[in-house]
Design a protein around this ligand. Sequence first.
Ligand code: NAP
Length: 308
Amino acid sequence: MAKEYDIIIVGGGPAGLTAAIYSARARLKTLIIEKAVPGGQIATTGLVENYPGFPDGVMGGELSQLMADQAKKFDTETISAEVLSLEVRDNERVIHTSEGDYSAKAVILAGGADPTKLGIPGENEFTGKGVSYCATCDGPFFINKVVAVIGGGDSAVDEGMFLTRFASKVIVIHRRDQLRATKIIQERAFANPKMEFIWDTVVEAIEGNEVVQRLQLKNVKTQERRTLEVGGVFVYVGLRPNTDFLKSILALSPDGHILVNEQMETAIPGIFAAGDIRVNAARQAVSAAGDGATAALAAEKYLSQVGH
Ligand code: NAP
């Protein structure tokens, strides 16, 4: 027998935790299912300077802990489990997880996104041995080492700057000759003497012995190849939504994001999506929180319509 709730929220990042705060304050029995610790991507981010209400910025870990505390204060229940599948039965939505089954009339999918992998030789082999996707988690292991960061977006440049606290030099390797990152982040990076940039270049392979020692690079304009000696490499080439388990039941965009309308409703009544998992998300903590609130309000309305 599945354990019953009014609303089940899959994912405990800013979208899921905000949805939980709204849902629990509406006196709906709310469960958050989170595969790791609550917080989402923001929990592994350094200083967050663009979340309103924190004029001096706030550390990502602290911000997510505050959100989790706030959700808990309103009696939201949280379990740690991996979601395996979602089943739609008349008015009931059943979530099958690694820890058993849970059912509710409304479900909010807020499972966010995971880092995209490069898919090059050596990447999987050296993950945890010099290849990392989280500067906040692994930066302190690279004291006085030369590290590379791959990517040209906000994450690559922001996290590269964070790594200059530990590394002797941070080399950003970008496939174009212009960064995608926000201008203020670019200005700070260009002014930082520990930051260097290699333009128009892709990494073809990550090599080493026990740990990462070098990268094989190719300039995409000149086709010239060369080797770069590094002590570690941080990959920040975008995010992939966690929607594999939904492919057979929900409409997804070509790159796997859930299609929703302005109320965060999917094509299936009673199933909503919020944050980085949905199509056209701004992919910011604050917009994810906004999505969470919208989805919870829409779910509350749906529950009253189906006679909850
Ligand atoms: P992103 O904005 O999608 O940037 C990904 C970067 O990786 C791009 O520069 C892209 O190159 C490059 N890239 C993609 N695939 C590649 C490949 N196979 N090989 C080499 N390079 C590749 O991802 P993100 O930086 O993780 O940011 C995700 C979202 O979070 C964004 O909306 C961002 O604004 C937000 N964010 C905001 C902040 C902040 O506000 N402080 C901090 C972190 C993240 P091209 O430029 O050529 O496409």
